[in-house]
Design a protein around this ligand. Sequence first.
Ligand SMILES: NC(=O)c1ccc[n+]([C@@H]2O[C@H](COP(=O)([O-])OP(=O)(O)OC[C@H]3O[C@@H](n4cnc5c(N)ncnc54)[C@H](OP(=O)(O)O)[C@@H]3O)[C@@H](O)[C@H]2O)c1
Length: 301
Amino acid sequence: MKAVQFSEYGGPEVLKVVEVDEPHTGPGQVRIAVRAAGVNPAEWKIRAGYFQEFMPVEFPAGVGFEAAGIVDEIGEGVTGVAVGDAVFGHGSSTVAEYAVLTYWAHKPDDMPFDVAGGLSVASETAIRALNYVGTKAGETVLICGAAGGVGSAAIQIARARGITVIGTASAAKHDYLAELGATPTSYEPGLADRVKALAPHGVDAALDLAGAGIIPELIEITGDASRVISIVDFTAPEQGAQFSPTPQEHPERALQEAANLFSEGALKLRVEKTFPMAQIVEAQALSAEGHVTGKLVITVS
Ligand SMILES: NC(=O)c1ccc[n+]([C@@H]2O[C@H](COP(=O)([O-])OP(=O)(O)OC[C@H]3O[C@@H](n4cnc5c(N)ncnc54)[C@H](OP(=O)(O)O)[C@@H]3O)[C@@H](O)[C@H]2O)c1
């Protein structure tokens, strides 16, 4: 099968479409014929070698952590899914014609494959971050880095839970944040003052999805470090805030919640651009610029 791999750390040009053996399921896994796979910033960071000290890759390495497609092989012990079902979920080396998923949910019939391919990481991460800071209906949450994949999902999921959202993005994306249900503001210096004007009764919790060094300001804004989480800044715990690097308990429940919200019309995913597998270099280069709105997605078949 065709798959994207890289055999050394480096720029996007180290990414190649190659012929490799098809993967097969282990216990608790399903294999899909991939239709679409989301592009996540972690992929270019891993490829560039930024994580090699604590997460070294074995070369040749595959690319991709999420995909949607049609189940064609079912691992030992798996129930509730059949060959031929359309699913989306988390896996590894998903930018390929076939990929193994470790957890998944059924794709709603009316969810396009490109949306499904890019939904898993954004929705699971958004739900995890909102849960970890204990947000609940009637509260206000500040989401920093609100226009990307995770932020777009977090705004809508928070709104569906009855939470008021203030989101940060560059000025050109303020209408986009407002469409999703957030009150937009910029991420320029002076955030605390702007937020005070937008939320005179205060902000209960904050998500740092951009890693732009604003945890002290978020702690000041919320007045409670335990209700501040970063998914990017490894130093968050040293500053008293939370850090969450990976999916935790029952991520498949988050995927099901995302599928349900999509079916209810409460969660949409803007796919900024799709690329064929052969354009993985362009896709990762655009992701690395750091200004994606919604998601970039690789379409496979
Ligand atoms: N720990 C985990 O489990 C986990 C899971 C998923 C993702 N992540 C990480 O979380 C981050 C976000 O992921 P993503 O998929 O949402 O990324 P993304 O889609 O690439 O996010 C891009 C967005 O970031 C915004 N941005 C850039 N600089 C900013 C700043 N200084 N302040 C606020 N917003 C800023 C951009 O808005 P403008 O264009 O308006 O600047 C853009 O819309 C990435 O670093 C990713 O690696 C971690």
